[in-house]
Design a protein around this ligand. Structure first.
Ligand code: SF4
Length: 379
């Protein structure tokens, strides 16, 4: 992009930030849309246009725009469509509560900030864990809630995990559990236990590589052991003893290995679902890709002019603190201390309500959202 055009786009993005009046904001988004379109950023232009209409009081047109542009801008517009829907559904209750009971991982994946976090090795106190589960129970009596008992850690490092899941299963009525693990500690005993817990709706195993050498280089774990564990889990599914969906995941790098990984999973574990999502920079906390090369970052102007589905979630560390989103691996952006606050009070706080109600795109949000280029629909 020519320097002059880039400067103009940056200036227009600042205008969007600085205009508090709805009509002016609509105009600023319109100008930004034109400038982005002129530079060939069709997706960004389209979404800026959506934002312009929204602030101009024509929110109902957004759906039509999404429909019109969906062929070219599928990923981003799908996410924006989901975001718009979520604004209505998750007004009073969060979509997901994610929590880390023990800040530890046995892997060393180069694209994950778990080794960098200052809370490393911290264990959530039994007192706070009990409070948290009681609060999730409160919510589940009023609405269906999804929980994810992991954050930037390996959940099976915590010997309490199975007991936590059993408690959720027995005591909570409307809860769905999604569990992420690297699979290295998911032995036969754990797999059998999981198969008995009906509230687990999805298990994701972050395998990442389908050959021994890259797997060991990237994760520092034993390929044979992890594959053996996945085989056992697959055997349970074959016998009809595991009803849960299982995803075998990879952090994608855009190379041919992404597709080869998908083919490997389909061939070796046909009952499981392969998934490959592009690596993110964890809001600036990771700067290398899986090969150790500098991670290619988007230039300014590719920051999507849209909201974020993370705003409808709560992410809780082992210290009982809420952070801005699941990508804040090192805990740079704390937004609440939940040790003395109910999670629902936090979700209904001024800060969280502002994200859900008062703004429409991340350009209007406080840092780090206003310079974040992460979005979801890229499997
Ligand atoms: S930092 Fe990015 S991914 Fe995280 S909540 Fe903000 S916009 Fe979403």
């Amino acid at each position: 992009m020519h320097m002059k055009s880039k400067d103009r786009i940056v200036a227009l993005e600042h205008n969007v930030h600085n205009n508090s009046n709805a009509a002016q904001k609509a105009r600023s988004y319109g100008e930004l849309s034109d400038a982005l379109f002129a530079e060939g950023f069709v997706q960004d232009a389209s979404i800026a246009n959506d934002a312009s209409m929204y602030h101009g009081g024509q929110g109902s047109c957004v759906g039509q725009e999404l429909d019109r542009d969906s062929v070219n801008n599928k990923n981003r517009l799908e996410e924006q469509a989901e975001y718009i829907k979520n604004r209505n559904i998750f007004t009073d209750y969060p979509s997901v509560i994610q929590f880390e009971t023990l800040s530890m991982c046995n892997a060393r994946c180069v694209y994950c900030p778990s080794m960098k976090t200052p809370r490393r090795n911290n264990r959530m106190t039994d007192v706070y864990l009990d409070k948290l589960l009681n609060e999730i129970g409160d919510i589940s009596r009023e609405t269906t809630i999804a929980i994810a008992p992991h954050y930037v850690n390996e959940p099976f490092m915590d010997s309490r995990l199975i007991e936590i899941l059993k408690r959720v299963d027995k005591q909570m009525s409307r809860v769905k559990v999604s569990l992420f693990t690297n699979g290295s500690l998911l032995y036969e005993r754990e797999a059998k236990e999981l198969s008995q817990i009906g509230k687990i709706s999805a298990i994701s195993v972050s395998l990442n590589e389908y050959e021994k050498a890259p797997y060991t280089r990237v994760t520092g774990l034993s390929f044979e052991k992890t594959i053996q564990n996945i085989k056992y889990l697959h055997g349970l599914a074959e016998k009809g003893q595991l009803k849960t969906e299982v995803y075998i995941r990879r952090v994608g790098d855009g190379s041919a290995s992404d597709q080869e990984f998908v083919e490997f999973v389909k061939r070796e574990f046909p009952l499981f679902i392969p998934a490959c999502r592009r690596q993110t920079d964890w809001i600036g906390q990771i700067d290398t890709d899986s090969s150790g090369n500098a991670l290619v970052k988007y230039p300014l102007g590719f920051i999507p002019v849209m909201g974020c589905n993370q705003w409808f979630r709560i992410h809780i560390s082992s210290e009982g603190k809420a952070y801005v989103c699941c990508f804040d691996g090192v805990g740079k952006w704390p937004v609440a201390d939940l040790n003395h606050m109910h999670i629902l009070d936090f979700y209904r706080s001024k800060y969280k309500r502002m994200l859900r109600k008062d703004i429409y795109t991340r350009l209007e949000a406080p840092p780090p959202c206003n310079s974040c280029n992460i979005y979801w629909n890229e499997d």
